[in-house]
Design a protein around this ligand. Structure first.
Ligand SMILES: NC(=O)c1ccc[n+]([C@@H]2O[C@H](COP(=O)([O-])OP(=O)(O)OC[C@H]3O[C@@H](n4cnc5c(N)ncnc54)[C@H](OP(=O)(O)O)[C@@H]3O)[C@@H](O)[C@H]2O)c1
Length: 245
């Protein structure tokens, strides 16, 4: 029987590429996002993609969708990828931008975990993957909302892994660098080692299949940012301020 995967944020970018890749490998894919039209386009290309039009921040809708699934429906892989990015201006901190960012990137992940964790195919080494970002490795300008939200979900994933250690569920934390998607096409700054979205989707599929608990790509950017984070605090802060100009 085909394995089953659920991916949030599957209407665009990384989620869409990952959903297409799993579908092309013969998996049954539940593609979750708000844009029903984009999901329908994806489903039209793959017989084995089920479009699920849901807002990941709507816990009531998520709960009722999960409850309405047929008895015995389980997922071998769940990838919580839906996310948003807004840059903020410190001179006039936009509280609504923080609320929107944290609602999707943090609360959305927690909400999905709440209702999808019980549906993982226990006994068959299922994976719950959570998409964070490398942005939280280093303090970047105007990233107070986005970087903080991604630090929060990274912690959430690591903490969840501790509490699920007695189960066979693999919690996989995914920390990408810059991937070429509609989200990054809005950026007006240089994005070192920008990665093709299909290459990134392959890293996700291969890493999850190999049972990895953490995925970071591209490796060169991860190495640079992790090295910078080892610098003495004062030096690191000076460097971060220089990058702002
Ligand atoms: N691109 C990068 O360089 C990069 C780097 C590091 C991490 N990431 C992370 O990777 C993930 C995917 O990003 P992307 O670059 O592929 O962005 P994207 O092209 O903008 O896609 C974002 C996806 O999230 C969905 N989404 C947003 N809010 C939602 C909500 N409330 N409920 C359900 N779905 C929602 C969107 O679908 P609808 O609008 O149809 O709902 C869309 O499918 C995000 O978590 C992002 O932070 C990306």
């Amino acid at each position: 029987m085909a394995k089953t995967c659920l991916i949030t944020g599957a209407s665009s970018g990384l989620g869409k590429a990952t959903a297409s890749l799993y579908a092309s490998k013969g998996w049954q894919v539940y593609a979750v996002a708000r844009s029903a039209d984009k999901l329908a386009e994806l489903a039209a290309k793959h017989d084995n993609v089920k479009p699920v039009s849901l807002d990941v921040t709507d816990s009531v809708a998520l709960a009722s969708w999960a409850t309405a699934l047929p008895d015995g429906q389980t997922f071998d892989v769940v990838i919580l990828n839906a996310g948003t990015c807004e840059y903020v201006d410190v001179a006039d901190l936009d509280l609504a931008a923080f609320e929107r960012t944290f609602a999707v990137n943090v609360q959305g992940v927690v909400c999905c975990t709440r209702y999808l964790l019980p549906l993982l195919n226990k006994g068959q080494r299922p994976t719950l993957a959570i998409v964070s970002s490398m942005s939280h490795f280093f303090p970047f300008t105007r990233a107070e909302a986005y970087g903080a939200s991604k630090a929060a979900v990274a912690y959430f994933a690591d903490s969840l892994r501790v509490d699920l250690a007695d189960t066979d569920i693999n919690v996989c934390l995914i920390e990408p660098g810059f991937i070429d998607t509609p989200l990054t096409r809005q950026n007006d700054f240089d994005m070192p080692f920008l990665m093709d979205v299909t290459v990134a989707a392959n890293r996700i599929l291969d890493g999850i299949s190999a049972g990895k608990s953490r995925l970071r790509f591209p490796r060169r950017l991860s190495f640079i940012l992790k090295t910078l984070s080892l610098l003495p605090y004062g030096l690191r802060n000076k460097l971060a301020s220089k990058m702002r100009q």
